[in-house]
Design a protein around this ligand. Structure first.
Ligand SMILES: *Cc1c(COP(=O)(O)O)cnc(C)c1O
Length: 469
């Protein structure tokens, strides 16, 4: 293909994309393919000669699309959403066309400076103090890894990268049982070891860390000759929206000199609305905070916003500067690759800029508030159904329930059967989690174009399919 054929195809794909988004609600949400179906449709060998774009596009529709689960479907209520609002998709198209690699300031000054400004727009939107500076990471997992590496280096007086961990006291990092698995992975990758990730017990309806138990755990570790290094809190955990008492826990972290990181990957987006900020009082005490604008806010995947109170700690942990990466003669520039594990960086700030300008913060807040209100309304109606139990109450737009008709022996099996039957039906998409060992069904609303009718349809579908089991 030559570039002078590009615009014809670009228009055709733009038409296809618009039509896809306008009609995706007519498709089953979850792909109904069997393992191997797509693989078996793909040629075993790459072609030696070039093929026509017409044939390639036809195969895309025929082979790929049936195997896609529709994350942009208005009745996607599984996991968390991964939104792609129209203006952010346009920005991503432009980014794909210019394809800059934004590792250093000089490898695209506009990308770096737009990133600085966008991260400050997001900081203001969340009402974080001006001392926080931000960087866009590829994922919350990467931000959490960067934070854990910083915990390690700070605790080891910046010697870990040089000396490794062999001769060191065990470093201890504290979190609740409700944190995302990306925390475990960060601990593994940082060489700290799973056994040094201390799970502090939780309590209360928010399923948050018990501060008294945190203090006890730190004291016990110090007494045992180990070295407390960091605290990881969750605000809006993945299973049930678990939220730690941020202020109380961060005060303890300050007292013991622990570096602190808050994982608000999903719920952080809701903090653009002042009325949800009571979920993280004292957030300004944190050293590091991550949230994913690509989840709920509407920015096309991927885009993870990482705020740091003192970026120098992170830069001292990760910066490496061989001659070929140096920029001489420019003062005050930022090379964001020194703030992240990967060197190469996509131009992600453009899609934040397009999104926020297109809807305005108020337009984005309206959507989030609607999702939370509609989800709560669905919760209220399902709570009235005699055969259903609410297991965890709405945290933002996430809550969990269980189908528990009288006399059922194996509720886990029944609920697994229910969630599978619902997803085979295709009108809505839900996933399960475990709460205190029991298998329960999660509901969350957050798709950018979902409506109240879409959310309320879940009531009909859940009750209808449960009755058929
Ligand atoms: C989704 C999620 C993550 C992982 O996010 P990635 O960007 O996919 O790495 C981490 N923590 C929480 C609470 C999440 O909801």
């Amino acid at each position: 293909m030559k570039w002078d054929e590009f615009s014809g195809w670009g228009r055709r794909i733009a038409d296809w994309a618009q039509d896809y988004h306008l009609t995706v609600g007519d498709r089953p949400v979850r792909a109904n393919t069997e393992p191997g179906d797509v693989l078996d449709s793909l040629p075993l060998f790459p072609p030696e000669g070039g093929e026509d774009m017409e044939a390639i596009f036809a195969d895309f529709e025929e082979i790929v699309m049936p195997g896609i689960t529709h994350w942009q479907h208005p009745r996607f209520f599984a996991y968390f959403t991964s939104n792609a609002a129209a203006p952010s998709v346009l920005a991503e198209f432009l980014t794909a066309a210019i394809a800059p690699q934004c590792m250093l300031w000089q490898t695209s000054p506009a990308a770096t400076e737009l990133e600085t400004r966008m991260m400050d727009w997001l900081r203001q939107s969340l009402d974080l103090p001006g001392e926080f500076q931000g960087v866009i990471q590829d994922s919350a997992s990467s931000a959490t890894l960067a934070a854990v590496l910083t915990m390690r280096e700070k605790a080891l007086n910046w010697q870990g990268n040089q000396q490794g961990l062999f001769a060191q006291k065990p470093l201890r990092i504290y979190c609740s049982s409700e944190v995302h698995t990306s925390v475990d992975r960060a601990i593994w990758v940082a060489g700290i070891g799973q056994q040094n990730l201390v799970r502090v017990p939780i309590k209360g309806t928010w399923r948050g860390m018990d501060p008294a138990a945190l203090r006890q755990a730190i004291e016990a570790d110090i007494a045992a000759g180990m070295q407390p290094a960091g605290l990881i809190l969750c605000v809006g955990g993945t299973g049930t929206g678990a939220t730690d008492p941020v202020d109380d826990c961060l005060k303890i972290a300050e007292e013991y000199g622990l570096y602190s990181h808050i994982d608000a990957a999903w719920a952080g987006s809701a903090m653009i609305c002042p009325e949800y900020r009571h979920y993280w009082p004292g957030v300004e005490r944190a050293d590091s905070i991550v949230f994913n604008p690509h989840k709920w806010l509407g920015v096309q995947f991927d885009c993870s916003a990482h705020f740091l109170k003192n970026p120098d700690d992170l830069v001292q942990t990760l910066a490496i500067s061989p001659e070929y990466l140096k920029t001489h003669g420019k003062d005050g520039i930022i090379n964001y690759s020194e703030w992240s594990v990967p060197l190469g960086r996509r131009f992600r700030a453009l899609k934040i800029w397009f999104l926020i300008r297109s809807y305005g913060l108020e337009g984005l807040r309206d959507r989030l508030r609607n999702h939370i209100n509609w989800s709560t309304k669905l919760h209220d109606t399902l709570a009235l159904e005699p055969d259903f139990e609410i297991i965890t109450p709405p945290m933002w737009s996430l809550w969990t329930f269980r189908y528990a008709p009288q006399g059922t022996e194996d509720l886990d099996a029944l609920n697994l059967a229910l969630v599978n039957a619902i997803n085979d039906d295709g009108r809505i998409y839900l996933t399960q989690t475990r709460v205190d060992g029991d298998l329960v069904i999660r509901f969350q609303a957050g798709q950018f174009e979902t409506t109240e009718a879409d959310v309320m349809m879940a009531h009909t579908v859940i009750c209808e399919i449960a009755a058929q089991l």
